[in-house]
Design a protein around this ligand. Sequence first.
Ligand SMILES: *Cc1c(COP(=O)(O)O)cnc(C)c1O
Length: 442
Amino acid sequence: MAIPKDAVIRLDPEGIPKRWYNIAADLANLEPMLNPQTKEPVKPEELEAIFCKEIIRQELSKERYIDIPEEVRDNYVSLNRPSPLQRAYRLEKYLKTPAKIYFKREDMSPLGSHKGNTALAQAYFNAKAGIQTLTTETGAGQWGTALAMVSNLFDIKSTVFMVRGSYDQKPFRKTIMHLYGSEVYASPSAQTEYGRKILKEHPETSGSLGIAISEACELAAMSGGTTKYALGSVMNHVMLHQTVIGLEAMEQMKMAEIEPDYMVACVGGGSNFAGFTFPMIGEKIKGKTDCEFIAVEPEAAPSMTKGEFKYDFGDTAGMTPLILMYTLGSQFIPSPIHAGGLRYHGMSPLVSEACKEGYVKPVSYDQTSTFEAGTLMARTEGIVPAPESCHAIRAAIDLALEAKKTGEEKTIVFCLSGHGMLDLGGYENYLNGTLQSSALKE
Ligand SMILES: *Cc1c(COP(=O)(O)O)cnc(C)c1O
């Protein structure tokens, strides 16, 4: 029997996109970031304390396409791009659903997640601008790992503030960052004024992403220009870089004549969702597709399903500009679910606006039900998904079960944002029955 042509859809290296897609060109009502003191739109110069000029240009750009430099394309190959689009035949069969389920494999990067797609671009533009060190925060460790690795590709150093709780709970993440040559500090740390202040007030704190962001920004702002800050999600330039995922997926769907009814991805700060769906949402805005776009949140940090659409800070200390987004409030601290990458109080302003304009449907799930979906993925397709990605799989499975009820042959495509081989603690708890439910305390 011949292998069906949609079993695995691959592009050759020339299939790596030549330009990123910028949805800011197509969303009608985007509002600018504001300076918290003056309440005026942030001027490009004001961002220069922490970002290089090209990153700022991309952050504020309304151009529909931005060229991907050749050196970035060349290096995307080392992250295993283009990534395959694969059909989940055994999962479909297990569910006895008439739906077709496909997934885009961002888990096949040597970094284990999609985060390298923007880390690589940011390291390139900063290195080109003569910056010596990039500094950042990391929660579960995926983003810090990505930045640590790509820094080596462009001979630049990296300093990572890792949320204390993860630093203690996930020691191997720290090992990988050290292996790549990064400096790693548990946050709050004694390296920054803000860190020292928090440590004095709360010596036992397990930290938070918001605190770690504040520390990384402070280090960049105080460096006198040698150090810049790199962010792994939320901001517009990050969403832009991630569109390689969706541009490839659109090409692959065209090749295999796949017309998706649903595209599904998990959302923390929104970058894998944005990267995966924005090019197709661009088609939807032009009226060229009826596809629906499902953003899947944890119940522990339901910024779009339960948050407010308003101006808020991106961090806890209030050092970032004010951004218009769905937010639970910058002081909100989510319960410590295993999907560390989804524990953020806000949401990308571009994803927020796309949701506000009706192009994105947010849903949320409890932690236990997502691990159940991840376990099913492992037992049918043989892939251990990241706890974050389990949220997308849970929603995809529920859509497939809905299709079974109605007997409709729906086509569901989800983004497998990463693998879970470094998150086995969560699976261990799930399997032995000690996993905590994660519902928001009200
Ligand atoms: C960081 C991370 C996420 C969440 O971040 P987004 O910016 O929302 O994509 C999701 N999945 C994995 C595997 C991650 O590492």
